[in-house]
Design a protein around this ligand. Structure first.
Ligand SMILES: Cc1ncc(COP(=O)(O)O)c(C=O)c1O
Length: 469
C-alpha cells in the first residue's frame, strides 16, 4: 500500500476517512508535492490556517470561528460557497447518469446554457465552452486571428488575461512574462489611450484589442467612452474588440457584464468563466458574433478545429444553468450594485480621516482601496522605509491584521501595488459591509497611531523583502 491510498477497507474509496486520517498533513503535502512556495508564503504571513467548513460568504476554522470571505476564491464564488440551488443541480445531474461526453451526439445542457447566456448579450450569437478563464481567452485570441487573417493582438498595460502561453502574450506585467519568450506577436497600449491604439491599427496587421472593462490589477476602470471609441476605431480598421469579463462578468460590477455600464459597446468576443462555475465545476465560455464562428467552423472538415475534451460537460453546464437561475431569482446583479455602492461610499468616507488612505474606486462589488504617502512627518518616515524595501508592503500590512485579528480574508491587488482589492461573493449585505468597515477602521486607527504590532510586523516584512533581493 502506498501512502496515498485511502484507509477504508473493502477496496472502497472513503473520502471522509481519508480526510480524517490525512487532513492534518495538508501543508506538508503541499510543500512536498505541489508549489512549495505557497505554504512557505502562507507560513510567513501567518495565513497558514485550517478551514474546515464553508457556506455563503463565510468559512469556519477548527475552533468554530467564522471568517468573512472578501476574496471569493479570486471571484469564482460569485454566489458564495455551496449555494443550495447549485448543489442540488449537481446532485441531480450526477443522479441522472446522462450519456455525457460521447462526443458524437448533441446533449441538451450546452445548448440550453448557451441560449441562457446569450440572452444577456443579445448582439452575440454563439458560444464555445472550455474549462477556465485562460482557455476562454485562448479561444478568443484564436478566433480573432483566424477571422481577421491577421497575427497581432493588442492589450493594455497591466492587463491580466490568464497564464497559459497565448494569454500570457497579452499580459501587461513583466513579472509574469519574463523567461517565457518568445510569445505571440503582441503590443501593449495604455488603457484609455486611443491615439496609441490608432497608431498600432494603422500598421494593418492587428486582429484585435483585448481589454478588461475594469482591470483586476489595481482595479482600474477604462475611462468613460473608451470602450465605445476603441470599438469604432477597431471596426474602422477591420479589427475586433475582445472583452475579458472573466472577473467582471456575471454581476460583479453591478451590471450583468461590466461593458453594459456604457451604451453602445458591442464587443465581437466576450470571455466568461469564474462565477459561472458556481464555485464547483471549472468552466470557460467564449461568446461571439455569428460571422466569426461561421468563419472558424467554415466546413465539416473543420468541425474539431477548436475543441476541448471536457468542454460542455454536463456538470459544468448544470452548474452554469443553476448559477444563471439563481442570479435572476435572487436579483444578484441588483444586490451587487446596491451593496457595492454602500461599501464603496462608506470606505470613501474614510479617505479624509486617514492620511494613509488615498482612494477608494471600482464598481459594484469590485472595489480597490489604494494607500498613499502620508502628510505627517512621523508616518512619512515609516512609509518611506516600507517603500524603499518593496512597494506593496503597506497593503500587506493591512491584509494581515484583517485576517489575523478580524478574520476577514482580502488580498493585495497585484505585486508592488499599495492597493487592496475586494471581490466578495455577490450575496453579501449590510451585515458584511458593517463588519468589514468596522475592522478596516480599527486597522487604519492602528496604522495611524504609528506604533504597536502593526508597524512591528511592517519591520519584519521589510527585513524579509531585503533578504529576498
Ligand atoms: C480578467 C481575467 N482573465 C482571465 C483570467 C484567467 O482565468 P483562469 O484563472 O480561470 O485561467 C483571470 C483570472 O484571474 C482574470 O481575472
Amino acid at each position: 500500500m502506498t501512502t496515498a491510498e485511502p484507509a477504508a477497507g473493502n477496496g472502497e474509496f472513503d473520502l471522509g476517512g481519508l480526510l480524517a486520517e490525512r487532513g492534518a498533513e495538508r501543508y506538508e503535502l503541499h510543500a512536498r508535492y505541489l508549489n512549495h512556495q505557497l505554504p512557505r508564503m502562507l507560513h510567513t504571513i501567518g495565513f497558514d490556517k485550517v478551514y474546515e467548513r464553508a457556506e455563503g460568504a463565510y468559512f469556519w476554522d477548527a475552533d468554530g470561528q467564522d471568517h468573512l470571505d472578501m476574496l471569493a476564491g479570486f471571484g469564482v464564488m460569485g454566489l458564495g460557497r455551496h449555494h443550495p440551488v447549485v448543489r442540488k443541480a449537481l446532485h441531480d445531474v450526477l443522479d441522472a447518469q446522462l450519456a455525457d461526453l460521447t462526443r458524437f451526439d448533441c446533449q441538451p445542457l450546452p445548448g440550453l446554457l448557451a441560449e441562457r447566456l446569450l440572452a444577456h448579450s443579445p448582439h452575440l450569437d454563439r458560444v464555445f465552452f472550455g474549462n477556465s478563464g485562460t482557455e476562454a481567452v485562448e479561444t478568443a485570441l484564436k478566433f480573432a486571428r483566424y477571422a481577421t487573417g491577421r497575427p497581432r493582438v493588442l492589450y493594455c498595460d497591466h492587463a491580466f488575461h490568464g497564464l497559459t502561453t497565448g494569454s500570457l502574450s497579452v499580459n501587461g506585467e513583466s513579472g509574469f512574462r519574463d523567461g517565457f519568450a518568445p510569445l505571440l506577436p503582441d503590443t501593449a497600449v495604455p488603457l484609455g489611450d486611443l491615439d496609441a491604439l490608432a497608431r498600432e491599427l494603422r500598421k494593418g496587421d492587428v486582429a484585435a484589442l483585448i481589454v478588461e472593462p475594469i482591470q483586476g490589477k489595481g482595479v482600474h476602470e477604462a475611462p468613460p467612452g473608451y470602450l465605445r471609441a476603441a470599438q469604432e476605431l477597431l471596426h474602422g480598421h477591420k479589427a475586433l474588440l475582445i472583452l475579458d469579463e472573466v472577473q467582471t462578468g456575471l454581476g460583479r460590477t453591478g451590471d450583468f457584464y461590466a461593458y453594459q455600464h456604457e451604451e453602445g459597446v458591442e464587443p465581437d468576443l466576450v470571455c466568461v468563466a469564474k462565477a459561472l462555475s458556481g464555485g464547483y465545476v471549472p468552466v470557460g465560455a467564449t461568446l461571439g458574433k455569428e460571422w466569426i464562428f461561421k468563419k472558424v467552423y467554415s466546413s465539416m472538415d473543420r468541425v474539431l478545429v477548436h475543441s476541448a475534451s471536457f468542454g460542455s460537460n454536463a456538470q459544468a453546464m448544470a452548474a452554469g444553468l443553476a448559477v444563471l437561475s439563481v442570479m435572476e431569482n435572487e436579483e444578484i446583479v441588483a444586490n451587487a450594485r446596491a451593496t457595492g455602492e454602500l461599501l464603496k461610499s462608506r470606505l470613501a468616507a474614510l479617505v479624509d480621516t486617514y492620511e494613509l488612505l488615498s482612494e477608494v474606486r471600482g464598481r459594484g462589488l469590485m472595489i480597490g482601496i489604494e494607500f498613499g504617502r502620508p502628510r505627517s512627518l512621523k508616518l512619512r518616515g515609516r512609509w518611506t522605509m516600507l517603500q524603499a524595501a518593496r512597494k506593496g508592503l503597506f497593503a500587506q500590512m493591512v491584509v494581515v491584521p484583517l485576517l489575523q485579528r478580524h478574520r476577514i480574508l482580502t488580498q493585495v491587488s497585484g505585486d508592488h501595488l499599495e492597493v487592496i482589492k475586494l471581490i466578495p461573493p455577490l450575496i453579501i449585505g449590510e451585515r458584511e459591509v458593517d463588519r468589514f468597515v468596522a475592522a478596516f477602521t480599527e486597522v487604519m486607527d492602528d496604522a495611524h497611531s504609528g506604533g504597536g504590532l502593526m508597524w512591528d510586523f511592517g519591520r519584519t516584512l521589510v527585513k524579509q523583502a531585503v533578504a529576498n533581493r
